[in-house]
Design a binder for this molecule. Structure first.
Ligand code: ADP
Ligand code: MG
Length: 407
């Protein structure tokens, strides 16, 4: 089958060529609506007219950037990596991955479970909703997927074939190199107009010590192939309610540094914190956000180490190679390194959201400018410490103190 663009007029006939989907909808007539609030792709909700509780999501990548239009070409093959990542997540963490009903790399299409009782986490955070199971779920998701796609679990051959499966996601990796690690820290036409003449932007763009550390993080991003990453794990890529958590939208997936996804999540939770503090001062909610950050990191470490303990043989470790005492020392150093890198990447992810092309609703949508500036200032202060000092931070208490002591 060669590629064509799906729309409301041809989706039903496309879907009804697929047995699993015919079965799911029991051949009923379908209603089709476009719902995408995303930036890059088209997302449709497909419902059975006979039984509206039956609904699926169809997502298709088009050969351009949806929010800009055809003048910004972007290979539709990005969906290939999203499909492959979703398939890996389905194996490792089915509880946190929408069920996949159909995937076609040629068509850049995936059809998946409709998460009708879940909302985008960023919206929930903005509305001060508490998600008490989130740290349990997310630490699980991160530990399982990062461990099981790394050289601590896979053998040498499988690890290299995993790298091969994702290595050609070049355009989306380049977007991150440009928009996360570069343009947002210099004068650039893609930046938000709010950056123009803003004293905090000027300060950021001329901070050479900060930029030196950003280069270090960017280099890690470009060269370190630890594990399969989601690549864009911010709170807009998570759909949840109090009981369930799902990760969506892994089109930036590639094999990269352990700390990058953890850092994305950490950074976005810190921006929720600074947004709430700027608007309401310190509150029960801002404390819950901090507690969640600490719990995710601590539970992640425990779960990752438990998985490691069960794995005596891998690309890295050969049985009887090293005694337990020294292996434990190595593991502790290893986990500290993941924590430190996560903090560094979190800082980069936070700082780039202040004046770069893509802001976060938590802060950019604050209408009162003095309050928005307060959030930006505090975010940049924390981000600066994260980016320039991540290698000196020894534990999560120190991390939380940096956030608490900022203003
Ligand atoms: P993009 O890659 O264009 O950003 P996303 O995968 O983020 O696309 O999807 C865009 C929006 O569509 C999400 O923010 C969410 O509101 C909705 N969406 C995506 N997948 C699902 C799903 N499985 N169930 C319900 N809504 C979804
Ligand atoms: Mg998205």
């Amino acid at each position: 089958m060669s590629y064509y663009i799906l729309d409301k007029t041809n989706i039903a006939s496309y879907l009804y060529q697929i047995d699993t989907i015919k079965e799911y909808f029991e051949n009923a007539e379908l209603s089709i609506d476009e719902i995408g609030d995303g930036n890059l792709n088209f997302v449709f909700i497909i419902k059975s007219k006979a039984d509206t509780s039956k609904a699926l999501i169809l997502k298709q990548a088009v050969p351009y950037l949806r929010c800009v239009g055809e003048e910004f070409p972007l290979d539709k093959e990005r969906m290939t990596y999203e499909i492959r990542a979703l398939q890996t997540y389905s194996q490792n963490t089915p509880n946190y991955t929408p069920k996949i009903y159909h995937a076609n790399e040629m068509m850049s299409v995936v059809v998946m479970e409709f998460l009708g009782e879940h909302i985008i986490m960023r919206k929930g955070l903005i509305a001060s909703a508490f998600y008490t199971n989130f740290s349990e779920h997310m630490s699980d998701f991160l530990a399982q997927n990062l461990f099981k796609t790394s050289s601590l679990y896979l053998n040498s051959k499988s690890k290299r074939s995993l790298v091969d499966k994702f290595n050609a996601n070049t355009q989306l990796c380049k977007l991150t190199e440009d928009f996360v690690f570069t343009f947002a820290f210099m004068k650039n036409e893609t930046n938000d107009a709010y950056a123009d003449n803003h004293p905090l932007a000027k300060e950021l763009f001329t901070d050479m010590n900060f930029k030196k550390s950003i280069l270090k993080l960017k280099y890690k991003f470009m060269t370190q192939s630890d594990a399969l990453l989601h690549g864009d794990l911010h709170t807009g890529s998570i759909m949840l309610n109090c009981d369930e958590t799902y990760v969506i939208d892994p089109e930036f997936a590639f094999v990269g540094p352990f700390g990058f996804d953890i850092g994305a999540l950490l950074g976005n939770l810190v921006m929720s914190y600074t947004s709430h503090v700027a608007q309401e001062g310190s509150s029960t909610y801002s404390h819950w956000v901090l507690q969640t950050i600490q719990e995710i990191l601590e539970k992640f470490e425990i779960k990752f180490l438990l998985l490691w303990q069960e794995q005596e043989e891998s690309a890295l470790i050969t049985k009887s190679f090293i005694d337990k005492e020294y292996l434990d020392i190595y593991k502790n150093e290893f986990m500290l390194n993941i924590l430190q890198e996560s903090i560094g990447f979190a800082g980069a992810k936070m700082a780039r959201r202040m004046f770069g092309i893509a802001g976060v609703e938590d802060i950019r949508e604050i209408q009162e400018l003095t309050i928005r500036d307060k959030a930006i200032k505090q975010t940049l202060q924390i981000a600066n410490t994260f980016v320039t000092s991540y290698e000196t931070i020894q534990n999560t208490d120190e991390l939380i103190n940096i956030i608490k002591e900022s203003n």
